[in-house]
Design a protein around this ligand. Sequence first.
Ligand SMILES: *Cc1c(COP(=O)(O)O)cnc(C)c1O
Length: 398
Amino acid sequence: MQTTDEIIKLYDDYVIPNYIRHPIVQVKGDGVYIWDANGKRYLDLFSGWAVSNLGHCHPNVVDAIQKQAALLQHAPNIYYTVPQGELAKRISVNSFGGQCFFCNSGAEANEAAIKLARIHNEDKGKFKIITMNDSFHGRTLATLTATGQPKYHKGFAPLVTGFAYAPFGDLAQVEKLVDDETCAIMLETVQGEGGINIPTMEYIKGIRELCDRNDILLILDEVQCGMGRTGKHFAYQHYGIEPDIMTLAKALGGAIAIGAMTARKEIAKSLVPGTHASTFGGNPLACAAGVAVFDTMKSENMLDNVNKMGTYLREQLDKLAKEFDIIKEVRTLGLMIGVELTIPTSDIVKKCMDAGLFVNSTHDTVIRIMPQLNVKKEHLDEGIRILKQVLQTEAQKV
Ligand SMILES: *Cc1c(COP(=O)(O)O)cnc(C)c1O
């Protein structure tokens, strides 16, 4: 096998440098652990942006992919396949009974949602979409525009017209932006990239009512917070409301690239043949993996585990917060966790990595932790021990 330096050289020569990469070559994953090219083991409590929700290479997912790979890998969307139908059913029966469109990423799922909201409202002359500050919806031009973070917009003007932004959590500001041309309000049920921001019951219910009063579609982006991450199948289920359109991706395919938009039937029907499509969307390989994800979450009672381990980790983090003044706030919903510090977190995350732990830094001062849904107490203890050590050295510097 090539050395770490040789692999990095390949990237330097042949891969566009649009990412800041840590000098680690990941070669193998098993459950909560990852190994690099030097044989060093890492405890992964980040799950690659909440993609590897079932742990790395869960045997059920491996089995489903291997079987499907040997049976049929691609079928054009002018035919039917078993896995696409089966996955759509699982999404629908576990959410609000809608119909699905499949694509290959979160951005594409949100792009589809934006297009659907517009075409569904074309006759009414409504096209404007309200999104939230600190949101993240993807990197295609429309989803980038929807993303309420100016730093990501820089250099790509002119953006798509028809978007307006409100501070996340501020219902009155959203209400002010609504006019006769507003077709949708779009938000992450729990903000991920924005620093793990968990909205109040009043806010989410208020947004739903505002949509109902003004004939506006509610689009919930559950690309990161969906698929069991928060302790329910979908985060909106904590709030006693239903969206009109919901988008999924990250954990949906058990690490295989897939995205999905699901919409209430009477809205979904606006997407008539010819209006939208994706060559690879809903391909049998990714959908077979997705079916295995849903079925394994159920057979292994993972939502229960998320709630138990979420409570346990919350207690441990609250203890750390009492001990360290640099911890400003701990925000958790299930196993979607943000620890906000009074200092930048990128160094801390790097030190954790050196000590064999993957967590993430987001929104400058937040440590984001998103363990696998089947994580065990002993793994969390191991992670907390490393984090505590690193916080101790950092706290001394302040
Ligand atoms: C990651 C993410 C996206 C974009 O997904 P990609 O697969 O990278 O296109 C969209 N919305 C949210 C909330 C995300 O976390």
